[in-house]
Design a protein around this ligand. Sequence first.
Ligand code: FAD
Length: 407
Amino acid sequence: ELKADFDAIVIGAGPAGAMASSLLVDQGHNVLVLEKQHFPRFSIGESLLPQSMEFLEAAGMLQAVVEAGFQYKNGAAFSEKDTYSYFDFRKKFSPGWGTTYQVQRAQFDKVLADCAQAKGADIRYGHSVTAFEENNEQVQLSVSSATNTYKVTAKFVLDASGFGRVLPKLLALEKDSALSPRVSLFTHIEDQITDPQFDRNKILISVHPENKEIWYWLIPFSNGRASVGVVLPRELYDNHNEDNKALLQHYIGKTELMNKSLANAQFDSDVGKMDGYSCNVKSLYGDKFALLGNAGEFLDPVFSSGVTIALKSATLAAQVLNKQLKGETVDWQAQYAQPLQKGIDTFRVFVESWYDGSLQDVIFKEEKSDAIEGMISSILAGYAWDTKNPYVKTPTRLKALAELCRG
Ligand code: FAD
């Protein structure tokens, strides 16, 4: 039998890749991480959910995150015209962390990757995976860096390449998302928010006054800067002539609270754009690979679930792969795909209900019972796998609740 160079190769050193490689080296496996870029590097996706704290803690990465000094976060606020509503995650139904952070991803992702490296993961920055070949015994990847190209082998590959979607593309696993294509424009600003009423400890989600499908985020950081962005149906974006920066500012001008809060903000950085980011795959695993985080399915940014799902997928995949590498029989469908899908499906119902307007009716309804608020808060806090929560067990309950709120 040919001996593989590594027990596992992880493609990508974002949150999913850093966590998976870290957990595998903790179990004594020999792990190579191939990362196309050099860290620190920009990434969108800056508001974490409290559920992610549990995963970071279990992987021994939480202390490094806490010590990095990110912006404390305890909830999510929503505004539409002159209506303001918020969820305090500490009052949630599910047990566990009720607070988390709003993070500059360049720094956050480096903190996690450095943890994995300190534990013994071999991370090669500037090394891009270009091809995948499988035979009976092992997997061979082709790699290209600034100075050379080479081949490397492993018993198993975890694809954590995010929107790079390396294996979905190479193995033709891509499947269209059922969600409509949308465009997002975003940037980092010097926010200059001086209003003492403004709550920096919460993400602020605003809704366009006339079109419920257009929404915005304002994610304050701990250093006086903030991430702002707008999400638009693609056809609306395509019908505009302004450049992206002017368009982002034009749309922010339509909001009430966000526009007022950012009256003195300096838009001093480039505006980024993501187009048609919702994606799916035919299968989350194969004989010698599994897809993690965004390399698998990505729904929508509205509930900030991306990093939480990425860390959950890494946690589950590392558990299954550890067993497999130790010679146990494993079932990737029952032990990886299905349990991961449970939480994604909870979020899917919330995302669909956001865009059909029914969840917005629930959120902006003035009086909610404490019990129901706690259950919704749990899901907004990322506890989408807690089947004790009736809205996780039967996510479609949300429809009935929206009917009630509409009265
Ligand atoms: P990534 O963080 O994307 O990491 C993948 C890594 O793989 C990258 O470093 C990349 O360089 C590397 N790579 C790519 N191709 C190759 C290759 N060929 N070879 C080697 N390496 C490669 N999530 C949240 O949790 N909160 C939010 O507030 C939030 N807001 C969002 C807003 C928008 C507009 C969008 C589109 C997404 C948002 N997300 C948010 C989602 C979040 O960005 C992702 O879910 C998250 O970054 C996924 O992590 P990951 O580890 O799977 O991939």
